[in-house]
Design a protein around this ligand. Sequence first.
Ligand code: MLT
Length: 248
Amino acid sequence: MRIDVHFEPAAPLPDLTGSTVVVIDVLRATSSMVEALVNGAQGVYPAPSTEEAIKLASSLGREDTILCGEARGLMIEGFDLGNSPREFSEERVAGKRLVMSTTNGTRAFSLVEDAVRVLACSFMNLSAAAAVAMEADSIVVLCAGMGGLFSLDDAVCAGALVQRIRSTAEVDVELNDAAMGAVEMALTFRINADFLASTSTGQHLIEIGLREDLKICAEIDRHSVVPEMDDRVIQLRSRPAGSSGSES
Ligand code: MLT
């Protein structure tokens, strides 16, 4: 098995045609997707821009569609929800399609449409994502980062994911340099809300009054589900082998 981690989505990606890609955006796109889907959202449609999201929502029909996401961390004018996992409650999202536009996370999904499988991972579904990803021989972990660049929260989550896969895989696991570095980072930092608060994305969320989001985004294995994208829609299709599947 081979695992390649990519810290910067702005850098060229390898050919993804034979790979399972795991997209990570801890603060907050993939954390929000996990929470929304567990709470009964029909599917998340990631849009690469606000304009694309508005177009897509009107083509899907606004009745059962929620427009959500952020610009500079805050809800976009005219949208129904922002990008806080705390907003995606069962009351708000059950049975709804979510068209989501975020600065880095939803864009990352549009870069990986050629992959065999595309999974969404955050700390909130870390072990479940590791269990599903390791069904593949070739795994590419794409950190959504910040403005196309490195983001520590995503890198540490990537390292924790690689660690989990390595500790359970029954085959040799070959890592690229970024994956080896990510594992070291995951061993260095204790994952909790204080760690997230120390990152630049975490600091920005605190500045705009969203410190509470860090607590939920730091909850390791809050849910045992794996959102998976197929035909540009992210849904709970994947179930880790051996799970009872009560959540998915
Ligand atoms: C992103 O896609 O950049 C994030 O999810 C940003 C955020 O939630 O503030």
